[in-house]
Design a protein around this ligand. Structure first.
Ligand SMILES: CC(C)(COP(=O)(O)OP(=O)(O)OC[C@H]1O[C@@H](n2cnc3c(N)ncnc32)[C@H](O)[C@@H]1OP(=O)(O)O)[C@@H](O)C(=O)NCCC(=O)NCCS
Length: 200
């Protein structure tokens, strides 16, 4: 187990009510709000914003300029590319119908859940209430409007399922092996040879 104390760059702002795990690094101008929990060995890059109460599992990487809003849960080993935004308010308004400023009690959080090993490409936006399955891969610039199945390869606007990816990150090929590409529910990894079953 890594027992190195976390590194926090002098320009980062980490709430005294946040917890940061062993070996994690928090870089320039990142802001980590109260009641955030960051697991061990995470990399929180320059300019990242993590809203209050968010939980981030061990070995996760949040690249420059990621914004994670209240209600998000990020499991272990998650990759969020530069500029990814995890949202939380499906029907946002600054003011009530009477023109008064909305308070924290005047709107509803729809939580986002990013499961173990999933990756989200640069500049993607995840809409409120979405769950992204284990080891899914979201392409750069995707607007993720619906839940993504485990190992799902999703890209576009709105994001659509285009296939599946291996735990190692390679795009999977349909079939048992190179000579059996007709089988509909078995997929294999041309890089590491792992097999998976998905119902399409
Ligand atoms: C989504 C992704 C994993 C797809 O990889 P791939 O399956 O090898 O894709 P290919 O390059 O073979 O492209 C397949 C098709 O999808 C399109 N495509 C690929 N990525 C796309 C994306 N992010 N959005 C929209 N279309 C995309 C290609 O234009 C191509 O279309 P075509 O068949 O009409 O020519 C990859 O393109 C991607 O976006 N990776 C994330 C990169 C990133 O943000 N990294 C962050 C660290 S800097």
């Amino acid at each position: 187990m890594n027992t190195t104390p976390p590194f926090i760059h002098p320009t980062a702002e980490v709430s005294p009510q946040a917890t940061v795990g062993y070996g994690s690094k928090i870089w320039h101008q990142a802001q980590i709000r109260e009641d955030v929990h960051i697991g061990s060995n995470c990399i929180i890059s320059k300019g990242v914003y993590v809203d209050f109460g968010v939980s981030i599992g061990a070995n996760s990487k949040l690249q420059n300029g990621v914004y994670v809003y209240h209600g998000a849960t990020i499991e272990d080993g998650v990759f969020l590319g530069p500029g990814v935004i995890l949202t939380n308010d499906k029907l946002p308004r600054a003011i009530n119908p009477d023109g008064s400023l909305k308070s924290d009690a005047d709107w509803q959080v729809s939580p986002i859940h990013i499961k173990r090993g999933a990756s989200i490409g640069a500049g993607s936006v995840v809409l409120p209430g979405v769950t992204i399955g284990e080891y899914a891969m979201i392409g750069a610039g995707t607007i993720v409007t619906q839940d993504v199945s485990p190992h799902g390869l999703v890209y576009g606007n709105p994001g659509c399922l285009h296939g599946y990816v291996c735990r190692c990150g390679q795009v999977l090929t349909r079939g048992q092996d190179q000579s059996d590409y007709e089988r509909s529910d078995t997929w294999f990894c041309p890089a590491c040879g792992d097999h998976y079953q998905f119902q399409s």
